[in-house]
Design a protein around this ligand. Structure first.
Ligand SMILES: [Zn+2]
Length: 199
């Protein structure tokens, strides 16, 4: 037998006493209190665990701004190529216009029917081409000039990526293949993006 404090009046009473001799507080109430406290702790632990799982899920699905650009481009590509393609490699090319505006072009390397293919988009989702469609018979109207510029950009991106994988440090881009975090430092650079989170 040990002495405990009555939760009602605070006087010391036996823990075996069915009721407090001082105020009449019933021991069964004490048990109820214990159960409520226990249930509270249990739901607290459950809530903590659920939050933990939620945080893990959010972290696993969290995409960096450039990963989001790749994800959006891949969605656009699937509209063109259908769902039976698989993304192999992705890279983002950052450049700054003469007006100081930051722009991004996205190059996707994907597999379709066991063939490796390329596609490029700008960060507004516009398809820039696949780097193979250069048409020299095009005139120089404003629209075609844009198409020629797009082709040139896609070919430059493609060459930069191929050279990077070949270990050749020769590219149109002043800072070739830096991390996304480092990219903020440069007006012009290329970033290789992990495709693990891209579906
Ligand atoms: Zn009491």
């Amino acid at each position: 037998m040990s002495l405990i404090k009555c939760p009602e009046c605070g006087k010391e009473i036996s823990d075996k006493a069915p009721r407090c001799p001082n105020c009449g507080y019933e021991a069964s109430k004490r048990k109820k209190t214990k159960i409520i406290v226990f249930a509270g702790i249990l739901s607290g632990i459950t809530l903590f665990f659920l939050c933990f799982v939620l945080v893990i899920i959010i972290l696993l699905n969290h995409k960096t701004p450039m990963e989001k650009m790749v994800q959006n481009s891949y969605k656009e590509l699937k509209k063109i190529e259908g769902p039976f393609i698989s993304l192999e490699t992705a890279s983002v090319y950052k450049y700054t216009t003469s007006e100081g505006e930051e722009k991004y072009d996205i190059l996707l390397v994907y597999e379709k029917n066991n063939t490796e293919m390329y596609a490029a988009f700008n960060n507004d989702g516009r398809f820039l081409g696949d780097g193979n469609t250069h048409n020299s018979s095009m005139g120089y109207s404003e629209k075609n000039a844009q198409a020629l510029l797009d082709d040139f950009n896609v070919i430059s991106m493609k060459m930069a990526l191929i050279n990077y994988f070949l270990g050749i440090d020769d590219s149109e881009y002043s800072e070739n293949f830096v991390t996304e975090k480092e990219a903020v430092k440069y007006d012009e650079c290329a970033v290789l993006i992990s495709v693990k989170k891209i579906k």
